[in-house]
Design a protein around this ligand. Structure first.
Ligand code: ATP
Ligand code: MG
Length: 423
């Protein structure tokens, strides 16, 4: 039998769970009255390293967890040290909670656990009712005791419960190195948690704790992955997409919208700024030789993105560039493009291979959107073999024939802003 099938055995009513949560908060709670129920136990990742800022990071993590699993049957979420506990209502959607928590930055691991009175007999009775193990499988007990007043040490619990399990089930015995089933027992201040399987979170830092960036989102495979990388470090990203509609068919614009919606899953609120770029390109093609157009397009994109960053309180730009991937991303071109602005540009994918980036895009759920064929504005009026070795001086000289301010202002006056919230 699976653990979830058994949980009804120890379910409380919603009222009892709420009372329980209140009691856990109450330091003078009488240990004897702790009822049994089902909780999600969540372990924070690097947040625990944050020294004096730890409380702030934990607060942000709890806030994000609440937002991510809102409406799925969670009564309360509380934290203690690096441990977070989410108390479940009787009616809850564990599969969806699991999927959402596996995307919350700052979560290292989580598990669906029985919450029990801290007594050996209760623990043994619950294990007897809930353990699922086949005759060919091995197991290990992993106890951890943060409450040192509990009468048994972690190793006492391990050996006692290990012996008990061998007595009540028919299985292949204990395997401490590579067990088929791990029986986790966490002895906390006033309760004990029992769970059998753990799930991984993405780790990293809670969204909203590391400041803002502007991320250039092209609609391709790379840039959403680049955005994901910085979001996982607690950064909030404003997404900016340049499109040449009606010179192109508008598919890239639609893809950027879908990608921004998908990325809202990770930062709960995504702002997408759509910048019409056709008029800028028309100015550029009249004076710039074809071989230099892509890099000049890019220089205008980052100039505009830098202005947007100033209004968004963002400290840096982020792109999906990786060295040598295409002609515009040779080391020479990456640096000559960047010389158009003063703001720092972060490129989380700079050393990654396309195959690895694609795998990550699949993992974060952006690949199916990115792979839709579109008409990229940067391939408009561009030769098959653009210049691969440009340098800042050459580009500056070429741009003297352009009215930079006019081009930037024309593009920015018709920007569209879209907001996405998750869930
Ligand atoms: P991807 O488009 O997924 O980034 P790519 O290999 O097509 O991959 P390029 O088109 O060379 O990359 O673009 C490099 C980077 O420049 C992108 O990752 C993105 O950050 C930015 N960029 C390119 N085109 C656009 C655009 N139309 N709007 C916003 N940003 C763009
Ligand atoms: Mg692209």
């Amino acid at each position: 039998m699976r653990m979830d099938q058994h949980c009804y055995l120890t379910y409380n009513t919603i009222e009892r769970l709420i009372m329980h949560a209140r009691k856990v908060k109450n330091k003078d709670m009488n240990q004897e009255t702790t009822p049994c129920g089902k909780v999600i136990t969540i372990r924070a990742h690097e947040v625990i390293l944050k020294g004096r800022n730890r409380a702030l990071f934990m607060k942000a993590l709890v806030r994000n967890i609440k937002v991510a699993i809102k409406g799925l049957g969670v009564e309360t979420v509380i934290s203690k040290g690096a441990l977070i506990t989410a108390y479940l209502a009787e009616a809850h959607d564990w599969d969806e909670i699991k999927s959402r928590l596996s995307g919350v930055f700052g979560v290292q691991k989580f598990a669906l656990a029985y919450v029990l009175d801290p007594q050996m007999t209760t623990l043994e009775e619950t294990i007897a009712k809930t353990i699922t193990i086949q005759s060919t499988q091995t197991f290990a007990v992993r106890a951890s005791r943060s409450q040192k007043r509990f009468e048994f040490s972690s190793s006492d619990i391990n050996s006692r419960i290990g012996a008990y399990i061998q007595k009540i089930v028919h299985c292949a015995g204990v395997n401490l190195k590579n067990p088929d089933l791990v029986v986790h027992i966490d002895v906390l201040d006033r309760e004990m948690l029992l769970y059998y399987s753990t799930h991984n979170g993405p780790g990293g830092l809670p969204t909203g704790t590391s400041g803002r960036v502007v991320c250039l989102l092209s609609g391709g495979i790379d840039s959403p992955v680049a955005a994901y990388h910085v979001l996982r470090r607690g950064v909030h990203a404003t997404l900016v997409h340049f499109h040449s509609f009606p010179l192109t068919n508008g598919v890239s614009r639609d893809k950027a919208i879908d990608l921004a919606e998908r990325l809202a899953r990770y930062q709960y609120q995504s702002r997408l700024i759509l910048v019409p770029f056709a008029s800028a390109q028309q100015h550029i093609i009249t004076t710039v030789p074809a071989a230099l157009r892509v890099v000049i397009y890019r220089r205008f994109m980052i100039r505009i993105a830098e202005r947007i960053a100033a209004t968004e309180n963002a400290l840096a730009l982020v792109t999906g560039e990786s060295i040598g991937q295409v002609a515009s991303q040779t080391l020479e071109n990456i640096t000559s493009i960047a010389s158009a602005i003063n703001s720092p540009i972060f490129r989380p994918l700079i050393g990654m291979n396309k195959q690895d980036i694609t795998e990550q895009a699949r993992h974060i759920g952006t690949y199916d959107i990115s792979k839709i064929p579109d008409e990229d504005c940067c391939s408009l009026f561009v030769p098959k073999h653009p210049a691969v070795k440009t340098y800042a001086g050459l580009l500056e000289r070429t741009e003297t024939r352009l009215d930079t301010e006019l081009i930037i202002n024309e593009a920015m006056k018709d920007m569209e802003i879209k907001e996405f919230t998750f869930p």
